[in-house]
Design a protein around this ligand. Structure first.
Ligand code: FAD
Length: 304
């Protein structure tokens, strides 16, 4: 690890944390313990994902509402428009509005047949994320974040098409892009250069995925077009039965990735927490962030 980095100054680092809606009571406990552990880092926002085909509307809504009720954290709800009419999506938006959501991560979503199958827009629906962004902006002046793909989205024939979609999302009102996870920082840097050359100037916030389970990450990466560098796979070789060492290696790798990005001038980070706090907590600490004293609201979360 780099011992000191001239560009590392904690007051210039901004973080956000992504969670997914829990399926069981135990998972909910784990999620809210993680929220409580990470809250003192004062994230810009925490986001809650939305299940494929709208399958987790209610859990997403419940999770966001509970975070609102029990903490002072700013939240963003992910929202997809796959397999739904505009009317249905707008009704969901109203429900989120009613629980206080003012920031969306607006997404098209994966085809209902699963990643890799052909996407077919709903006849009366938003055809892609750019249309969804426009629909959200027509509803209210939401803050809107969108996706970005440093290795391009697997459905995009080329980078031009991919970046053109990002441009449309920005033209319609998105003010932040969060990237798909990646492990090669050169790939991210090249992508940001391409995006800037296309006249897009919103923050392209790197999505950082600490590797809790290498096999799972490798499978998922294969589906969503993210590559696993050979050197990364080699780091986990032979450790299939050694969870403790895997976890130490994952921490070292993620820390190295974010510190290298800081040296390249990146100050905003979005962490895919997988609802677990420990690795992300350690990385934030390495970034120089220190928790503020727990607030009454945070204590309420911890006690719940
Ligand atoms: P868009 O921005 O509409 O398109 C992405 C790219 O695909 C574009 O660049 C475009 O060129 C290409 N493309 C799209 N449609 C076509 C087409 N018909 N033909 C050719 N090319 C096309 N999924 C969930 O279900 N729930 C979530 O909560 C969620 N959160 C996410 C958060 C982040 C930060 C990211 C990066 C992804 C997330 N996803 C989520 C996954 C996302 O839904 C999928 O990647 C989906 O396939 C594309 O959605 P999008 O909003 O990126 O699509």
């Amino acid at each position: 690890l780099r011992r000191s980095s001239p560009s590392l100054s904690a007051d210039r680092i901004n973080v956000s944390f992504e969670f997914f809606p829990p399926k069981t009571g135990d998972m909910e406990t784990q999620l809210f313990e993680s929220v409580s552990k990470l809250a003192p880092f004062n994230p810009d926002f925490v986001s809650v994902t939305y299940g494929a085909g709208g399958s987790t509307k209610q859990p997403t809504l419940n999770t966001v509402s509970r975070i609102h009720r029990e903490t002072t954290l700013s939240t963003a709800a992910h929202l997809t428009c796959v397999d739904a009419s505009r009317e249905e999506v707008d009704a969901v938006v109203r429900e989120f509005w009613d629980v206080g959501v003012r920031h969306f991560v607006a997404l098209r979503g994966d085809p209902s047949g699963g990643i890799g199958t052909r996407f077919k827009p709903h006849a009366d629906g938003y055809a892609n994320a750019a249309e969804l962004v426009a629909g959200l902006k027509a509803f209210a002046d939401f803050e809107i974040s969108v996706s970005a793909y440093p290795e391009k989205h697997p459905e995009s024939p080329d980078f031009m098409t991919d970046i053109d979609m990002l441009k449309r999302k920005v033209d319609n009102g998105a003010t932040r892009a969060i990237t798909q996870f990646f492990f090669d920082n050169d790939t991210y840097e090249r992508y940001v250069e391409r995006v800037r050359r296309a006249g897009i100037y919103i923050p392209i916030v790197p999505g950082i995925l600490p590797i809790h389970n290498f096999g799972q990450v490798a499978r998922f990466a294969g589906m969503c077009g993210a590559s696993i560098p050979t050197w990364l796979a080699e780091r986990f070789e032979g450790l299939e039965d050694d969870a403790q060492t895997r976890s130490l290696i994952a921490a070292a790798l993620a820390a190295d990735q974010v510190m290298d990005l800081v040296e390249r001038g990146v100050h905003d980070f979005h962490f895919y927490t997988m609802n677990r706090a420990q690795l992300v907590y350690a990385i934030c600490h390495l970034l120089g962030l220190r928790g503020r004293a727990p607030q009454a609201e945070d204590k309420a979360v911890a006690a719940a």
